[in-house]
Write a protein that binds this ligand. Structure first.
Ligand code: MEV
Length: 425
């Protein structure tokens, strides 16, 4: 049995240095590895230590900019944080195709989130439902007392809805508090309101309140994005048909729809990370919304119009915020928002929807024509060639040879680089 234990009481109370010491002993980290963890990037350690618990360092990811985006007639630079190669290049490329017909156009429903309060042990759910609804204005008033600032900004609880659901433990009465959260992601405001009205719901119903929590199926907070892609931008009407067929595959088959939507989320989550959003909430909402018809479906639609051009549209929940949480504390997120030049959470959500749609287009175009591996291989070859010593004047040629030969290996790259360098002399 190992003498190591992960049972460490009070780990959270230790200083960052002390925590790091414990971890480095536990995992036999070298001095160099400890130095890497300690390295301060653009998130200083004391801010990181305040953001979450048990911090021992920070971890940097590439922060990149997708270019060529035109959204609602305005040029936009899109900050993206992602570990996967090709995503940013693909988004920039596909955004360029969209420009010929005006770019991407967006709209949204407004920042409406739902809080759920679960009531169990109710014998007469239908009667209870109406009883709760009789107290609607009182419940809304109590909810709004929790957040006068939100109310002063025009937000706050707007409605109460009651659903009866059948569960394996019998019928339950689920009250929804419908909240306009303005520029917040909304979890804090909504959870506080749900907890505040819960005791009143118990009094009204005689039942027992269990969960009081936001729903991440944010189907009242949808963003919409659409674009028209001139057929000549993507290789003609045949390519348009291929892309529409690729979409039809996703719309008929959940196995494909999951990957189709993954391509959308490549774009959405990269912007979410750059702007320090709760990306798990966005993912949860997206996939729950994609299943709303009882079968998991694509979040986008691709069609061919009268002129033979490609028409893309996307609708998905987007719970994002500009105030509160890491958005405020992470300095890079602030800069990302400045680059995006968005003034409201709705605007940010719409940009993210636009990026998702364009990312999806880039993937479908590649998949429906040459396949995605060629592009990936090129990038891979480039990295290998640089590692093998290719200088900027020969790197393109080296990549070309490696891709043509289909041999993307370090040993071959070294030979090619040496040969090209000799030729240059
Ligand atoms: C890879 O990260 C994303 C794709 O698989 C998306 C898709 O298949 O549509 C290329």
């Amino acid at each position: 049995m190992s003498d190591k234990t992960s049972r460490i009481s009070g780990f959270y109370k230790l200083s960052l240095e002390e925590r790091l010491k414990i971890v480095s002993e536990f995992a036999n980290l070298t001095e160099e590895e400890v130095m890497i963890l300690k390295k301060i990037g653009n998130l200083d350690l004391s801010t990181a230590d305040r953001m979450i618990e048990n911090v021992i360092g920070t971890m940097a990811y590439p922060f990149a900019i997708a270019v060529n985006f035109m959204i609602n007639g305005k040029d936009k630079l899109i900050p993206m944080v992602i570990e996967e190669p090709s995503v940013v290049a693909a988004a920039s490329n596909a955004a360029k195709w969209a420009r010929a017909k005006g770019g991407i156009f967006t709209s949204s429903t407004g920042p409406i989130m739902i809080g759920q309060i679960q009531l169990t042990h109710i014998k007469d759910p239908w009667g209870t439902k109406l009883k709760i609804l009789e107290h609607k204005s009182e419940l809304i008033r109590i909810a709004n007392e929790q957040d006068p600032t939100l109310v002063s900004l025009g937000g706050g609880a707007k409605d109460i809805e009651v659903r009866i659901i059948d569960t394996l433990r019998g019928p339950m009465v689920i009250t929804h508090v419908i909240v306009d959260v303005r520029d917040a992601m909304g979890a804090n405001a909504v959870n506080t309101m749900a907890e505040a009205i819960a005791p009143y719901l118990e009094d009204i119903s005689g039942g027992r309140v269990l969960l009081r929590i936001i729903s991440n199926l944010a189907d009242r907070r949808l963003v919409r994005a659409r674009t028209i892609i001139d057929k000549n931008e993507i290789g003609g009407e045949d390519v348009v048909d291929r892309i529409v067929d690729a979409w039809a595959f996703a719309s008929a088959d959940p196995y494909r729809a999951a990957t189709h939507n993954k391509g959308i989320m490549n774009g959405v989550i990269a912007v979410a990370l750059a702007t320090a959003q709760d990306h798990r909430a966005i993912e949860a909402g997206a996939h729950a919304y994609a299943s709303r018809f009882g079968r998991y479906s694509p979040l986008s639609v691709w069609e061919k119009n009268e002129e033979g051009d490609l028409v893309g549209s996307l609708e998905m929940p987007m719970a994002v915020g500009l105030v509160g949480g890491a958005v405020k504390t992470h300095p890079v997120a602030r800069i990302a928002l400045k680059i995006l030049d968005v003034k409201t959470a709705d605007e940010l959500g719409e940009v993210m929807g636009a990026v998702g749609l364009i990312q999806n287009l880039a993937a479908l175009k590649a998949l429906a024509t040459e396949g995605i591996q060629r592009g990936h291989m090129k990038l891979h070859a480039r990295n290998i060639a640089i590692m093998a010593g290719a200088t900027p004047d020969i790197v393109d040629k080296a990549v070309e040879i490696m891709v043509k030969e289909g041999k993307i290996r370090f040993d071959r790259a070294k030979e090619i680089v040496e040969e090209l360098k000799k030729q240059k002399q």
